[in-house]
Ligand binder design. Structure first.
Ligand SMILES: CC(C)(COP(=O)(O)OP(=O)(O)OC[C@H]1O[C@@H](n2cnc3c(N)ncnc32)[C@H](O)[C@@H]1OP(=O)(O)O)[C@@H](O)C(=O)NCCC(=O)NCCS
Length: 176
């Protein structure tokens, strides 16, 4: 076991064997635990989603429902889709999610970062973000953007994200 940093209650673990990890979550998945929770969590960009379970997760954070068929297409067109699972050999539970769109070469935008409220405040969101940035870096993407609601801006700022200065560079267009 490796402590990631002295103040963090998150530990990178190798409780699951490499074979088990790959079998359940696919290659390049990342396993860690929380000191108090005593549960194993895994970030995976490979493990397939049950779209109903994903829909339920996104509802737990209060987001409005989107048609499953459109979500399925959106995931297919995303360049990176990451699930954060609470490990269970038979019934792993999806407790976190995020996805990225982009050209796959130069730029990416992160969307839909969500942690089930039951598991918020444990450091999972931070681990999920680290995993995403690491995976984007692996494919050579160095410019990453995201849009944050006002109440979560400091979640990102704490992790080194810079706010777009004074709204002078960003433009939006909505169809309706
Ligand atoms: C935002 C969210 C992903 C954070 O996940 P989380 O697992 O609760 O966050 P963590 O426990 O990893 O917190 C990491 C750090 O950010 C801080 N933090 C967490 N949520 C925060 C928030 N809403 N505002 C400010 N800081 C926050 C924590 O205190 C912690 O600080 P520390 O590193 O100094 O200890 C989660 O609260 C969530 O899913 N919210 C609802 C959906 C949402 O708004 N998503 C963002 C879309 S832009």
């Amino acid at each position: 076991m490796i402590f990631r940093n002295k103040r963090s209650s998150i530990k990178k673990t190798n409780i699951l064997s490499q074979d088990e990890l790959i079998k359940h979550y696919g290659i390049n998945s990342y396993e860690f635990t929380h000191q108090e929770k005593k549960e194993i969590f895994v970030c995976s960009k490979v493990k397939e989603f049950d779209l109903i379970e994903l829909d339920q997760l996104l509802q737990t954070v209060g987001w409005s429902r989107r048609p499953i068929r459109r979500v399925k297409r959106a995931l297919e067109f995303s360049i990176l889709v990451v699930g954060l699972w609470r490990h269970d050999e038979k019934f792993p539970r999806l407790v976190g999610f995020a996805r990225c769109t982009g050209d796959g070469i130069i730029e990416a935008t992160i969307w839909d970062v969500a942690i089930n409220p039951v598991y918020q405040g444990l450091g999972l969101g931070k681990e999920l973000m680290k995993y995403i940035l690491q995976e984007l870096k692996k494919i050579g993407i160095s410019k990453v953007t995201l849009f944050a609601d006002a109440e979560v801006v400091s979640f990102y700022k704490r992790q080194g994200w810079e706010l777009e200065p004074k709204g002078s560079k960003c433009a939006f267009w909505y169809a309706n």
